[in-house]
Design a protein around this ligand. Structure first.
Ligand code: GAR
Length: 213
């Protein structure tokens, strides 16, 4: 069974999607540990309710990013994960951390990368009069919000959308697609070729999905 460690900072609705997929027998993964850098993250509660081990490592207790990342690595590695899943973890990692988990560290970002890296992606997509907005699930590389793309999901931006309405629909796409991407990983169907992720050895239509939400 593929062992996962999930890192969160906030609500943990994506964590919940993983918990629910595992419980439904749809995701062949064992969630070994959930770590937050924020003691009040609601996601920690979700994990505890599901009987998953949790830990909390406060970045403010460390003099440098490198020391925080080392503490994270030490804790994560005790769980011997096959995959480390960033699910709304709002800290940027050092290159050392990223390279330590090369090709087994995944992130979800609320935009159609390479468009709109960074924050406030929903507002920026509306302001730019984009037709589509979406989510990107990708392997993490040292550059922020970049890295080989596993799967993207998109929805049309409606004329009356606000950042909040868009965010709500984007969340629904995230909750469907993040477990699917991790399922592909667990089934060993993903391979990375230079900067591209292949599914079953080729670039597949399944890696860009449109939703009429
Ligand atoms: C998600 O929307 C995710 O795309 C975003 O944080 C949210 C976490 O929600 N991630 C990033 O912005 C990473 N750059 P959740 O805590 O409810 O899963």
């Amino acid at each position: 069974m593929t062992k996962a460690v999930i890192l969160i900072s906030g609500s943990g609705s994506n964590l919940q999607a993983f918990i629910d997929s595992v419980a439904a027998g749809e995701l062949p993964v064992s969630i070994e540990l959930v770590i937050s850098n924020n003691a009040d993250a609601y996601g920690l509660q979700r994990a505890r309710l599901a009987g998953i081990a949790t830990d909390y490592i406060d970045h403010r207790n460390f003099a440098s990013r490198a020391e925080f990342d080392q503490a994270m690595m030490d804790r994560i590695d005790l769980a011997e994960p096959d995959i480390v899943i960033l699910a709304g973890f709002m800290r940027i990692f050092t290159a050392e951390f990223v390279e330590h988990y090369s090709e087994r560290l995944v992130n979800i970002h609320p935009s159609l990368l390479p468009k709109f890296p960074g924050t406030n992606t929903h507002r920026r997509a509306i302001d730019a009069a984009e037709k589509w907005h979406g989510v990107t699930i990708h392997f993490v590389v040292p550059e922020v919000d970049a890295g080989p793309i596993i799967l993207q999901g998109r929805i049309p931006i409606r004329h009356n959308d606000t950042p909040e309405s868009l965010q709500q629909r984007i969340h629904r796409v995230e909750h469907r697609l993040y477990p699917l991407a991790v399922k592909w990983f667990a089934e060993k169907r993903l391979s990375v070729q230079v900067d591209k992720v292949l599914l079953d050895g080729e670039r597949s239509d399944m890696q860009l999905q449109s939703f009429d939400l």
